[in-house]
Design a protein around this ligand. Structure first.
Ligand code: ADP
Ligand code: MG
Length: 733
């Protein structure tokens, strides 16, 4: 087996940042933090930056507190009342707090003793989930910490006390903001000087704080200006280390020569082209030749192919794989989910036809495979018999080896990070060519900065003969009665012999399918309502006489991969009429007879996710219908997102709107969902200029000191970044 590990420069001394938290904090605190936020090392904790800063002297506005959201607020206690519970034994302590204008009630059951500390006039910080009790807002059993008013006396001390910023950390129901703050304080108290990854001259010329000082001030500022300067310094450091990592990766790649892959006369590619049932669109041809030109050189191809859902990217990728097979090499196709990997296998086998398929042996490798199958598949990959290997994250695991990996195709870039691409790349004897496919158009600023190492191609036209998809928003907040009309419409589609998807944000009532809520949505107040679930909707449709003669099945991430696969297959074969699903059907699913896509609680999904879901219908000769059902109020951001999707079919336009709608959206985070290694302070869209400057400086540093031997702290920061990424792989595979 050929296995190449990434070349490492000699490691620098271990950093105090790499120390395990369990050795620094109490075991209980450490494990609560690990459970709550996935932080395990000192570095993880210290980069758990405050979300914002409050002040003791400044009360939080209470009028606009969003319902059902976890909030952390500063307020004064004005009234405390104890009363017996009506139906049961025991008492309720009701504490009214205020910002001077609005009020909020805190309720505690059977905790009358709290009246001793929560006295009228006390000021503190309160955290909990905003609930509604008979029309007024309340926090039930909030966590709180009262300010110690000894310091609040008179004069300068009092003023300093009132102005001191209080860091508000991302918190969970079990770890409050101030608990995070205390843990960080403990770590900071003994934290030694830290070597700074940013070179001295750069720091001086940009007026940045030294690393150790910046870390101190972002967590323990005494005035607002301090955290401002700290964020600025750490943000630059992030941009700089990221650009250095990208540049270094590119530099290493260029040092290695790829194997040229040339199609042969009378070979696989020619055979495939001869039996292709359609002609390639002009865009497909242009991109196809760009790829062919890239792959006949010794410089590894590194190309991003973006194109609308259904624009025919897969065919282009398959042709590249055939060119590689012609030269005796193998290709790996990396798909984001097992369902999609399975579907890719089937559609590739079908596209190749029996004769080519038998010779190329497309082979599936996924985590959920039975051991015997997996062993057989691994053997086919490592001996080179399988010219096309298709799989999920499992492809990146140690046990997967190739005989001669020539091309890595990554489907749907936004699910895989730069670093994951790198992991697969390492499996080639010589660096394989890499082709990344995405239907999520990547805004130019992002492409330029984040994927600086990729060439970009675009397929803009759809193959002819496609039916347009009609999209409608069903606004339940204004028209609750329209829900029934949605089901009627579904019945009508089915009556025409067509099939449909009904997508829900949750599998079970009350819980989102954990890993499927996009980061830009999960914070959104309006999207915290109860959600449609697969379980409920499945039961409802099965009980509805309008669907009595229809076969309705569920598809979601908790099913075994065999179950998912067999249901998907049954749907593709027309044996099922309706699939009630979560977003596992999001990308790549191709069932030409499916005409309707009904998304319930559409505001729970991101713009690109909705666009992807819509792309599942209208793929064949029948026109597509997409109904986006939402209870979000008109004018809310959630509703705007849904309206945006309905307003256009153009993915590039949508990507732009999406950016405008995400206020603090971390574009990089959702593209590169590589766990904790994604960026903290940097915002790819907003900080475009900063990223370009950081890139220029990184280029200079690297040109001057290619192995970074003279920049040990920077070397260490890069290694740490890599370690984090490797940890993420292990967790996933
Ligand atoms: P994408 O991966 O970009 O979403 P696919 O490659 O899956 O799109 O193509 C969608 C469908 O269109 C497939 O059924 C494919 O066979 C078909 N197709 C691809 N290219 C063409 C073309 N040039 N003309 C007609 N149909 C095409
Ligand atoms: Mg596809």
């Amino acid at each position: 087996m050929i296995r190449v590990t990434l070349q490492r420069y000699p490691r620098s001394v271990p950093s105090p940042l790499d120390a395990k938290l369990s050795g620094v904090l109490g075991g209980r605190t450490a494990s609560a933090l690990a459970k709550g936020f996935g932080v395990e090392t000192v570095r993880d904790l210290l980069t758990h930056y405050p979300r914002r800063y409050a002040r003791r002297g400044e009360l939080t506005e209470l009028v606009h507190l969003p319902l059902d959201e976890n909030v952390t607020i500063v307020a004064d206690v004005i009234e405390v009342r104890e009363r017996p519970m009506r139906a049961r034994k025991g008492s309720i302590l009701e504490v009214t707090i205020t910002d001077g204008k609005g009020v909020l009630t805190l309720t505690f059951f059977n905790q009358a003793w709290r009246a001793k500390e929560l006295r009228p006039g006390a000021r503190g910080i309160f955290a909990g989930k905003v609930g509604d009790y008979r029309g007024s807002r309340q926090l039930a059993h909030p966590d709180y910490e009262l300010f110690d008013d000894e310091n609040a006396g008179d004069g300068d001390a009092a003023e300093a006390w009132a102005l001191t910023p209080i860091p508000i950390y991302p918190a969970t129901a079990s770890v409050a903001s101030w608990q995070v703050q205390k843990a960080i304080g403990v770590v900071l108290d003994t934290l030694p000087e830290l070597p700074d990854p940013v070179p001295d001259d750069v720091r001086a010329s940009r007026k940045l704080l030294p690393f150790r000082r910046a870390i101190e001030l972002i967590h323990r500022p005494t005035v607002d200006a301090e955290w401002g300067a700290a964020r600025k310094s750490l943000r630059f450091q992030e941009a700089f280390v990221l650009q250095l990592a990208l540049l270094e990766q590119r530099q290493r790649l260029r040092e290695q020569a790829a194997t040229p892959r040339t199609p042969v006369a009378g070979g696989f590619l020619e055979g495939f082209d001869e039996r292709l049932p359609f002609t390639l669109t002009a865009d497909q041809q242009v991109v196809g030749s760009a790829i062919a030109e890239d792959m006949v050189t010794t410089r590894p191809m590194n190309r991003l192919l973006q194109g609308e859902v259904g624009s025919g990217k897969t065919v282009v990728a398959l042709r590249a794989m055939l060119a590689v097979a012609d030269s005796g090499g193998q290709s790996a196709l990396l798909a984001p989910t097992e369902v999609l990997a399975g579907q890719h296998l089937r559609s590739i086998v079908a596209a190749l036809g029996p004769e080519l398929a038998a010779r190329l042996r497309p082979t599936l490798i996924t985590g959920g495979m039975p051991t015997a199958d997996r062993r057989r598949a691994l053997l086919a990959a490592v001996t080179g018999q399988a010219h096309i290997v298709i799989g999920t994250h499992a492809l990146m695991s140690e046990s997967v080896g190739f005989f001669d990996l020539g091309l890595v195709v990554v489907d749907e870039q936004h699910r895989f990070g730069v670093d994951q691409r790198e992991a697969l790349r390492r499996k080639g004897a010589t660096p394989p060519h890499v082709l990344v496919l995405t239907a999520t158009p990547i805004p130019r600023t992002v492409a330029m900065t984040v994927f600086g190492d990729l060439e970009i191609s675009t397929i803009a036209e759809l193959p002819s003969g496609r039916q347009p998809i009609e999209t409608f928003v069903v606004p339940l907040s204004d028209r609750p009665g329209w829900m029934n009309r949605v089901w009627e419409r579904l019945a009508e589609e089915l009556a025409q012999g067509r099939q449909a998807f009904v997508v829900c944000p949750a599998i079970d009532p009350g819980r989102p399918e954990s890993d499927d809520v996009p980061p830009d949505v999960s914070d959104d107040a309006a999207s915290q309502r109860p959600m449609a679930s697969v379980t409920d909707v499945l039961a409802m449709l099965r009980a509805d006489p309008r669907f009595a003669s229809r076969t309705v099945e569920a598809l979601h991430g908790r099913l075994s991969s065999e179950e998912k696969d067999s249901r998907m297959r049954a749907f593709a074969a027309g044996e099922l009429d309706v699939l009630v699903a979560t977003t596992v059907i999001e990308v790549g699913v191709d069932v030409p007879n499916a005409s309707a896509m009904i998304v319930l609680d559409a505001d729970r999904f991101g713009v690109s996710q909705l666009h992807q879901l819509r792309g599942r219908v209208g793929r064949g000769p029948v026109p597509g219908l997409c109904l986006l059902v939402t209870a979000a109020e008109e004018g809310s951001i959630s509703r705007d997102r849904v309206e945006a999707v309905a307003s256009t079919l153009d993915g590039f336009e949508l990507a732009q709107k999406d950016l405008e709608l995400r206020q603090e959206g971390d574009v990089l985070g959702s593209i590169q969902s590589g766990g904790r290694s994604s960026l903290r302070l940097l915002r790819v869209v907003k900080d475009g200029d900063l990223i370009l400057e950081a890139r220029a400086i990184a280029e200079r540093v690297l040109a001057d000191d290619p192995t970074l031997a003279r920049h040990p702290a920077l070397r260490e920061a890069l290694d740490a970044r890599l370690d984090e990424t490797e940890r993420d792989f292990l967790a996933k595979s």
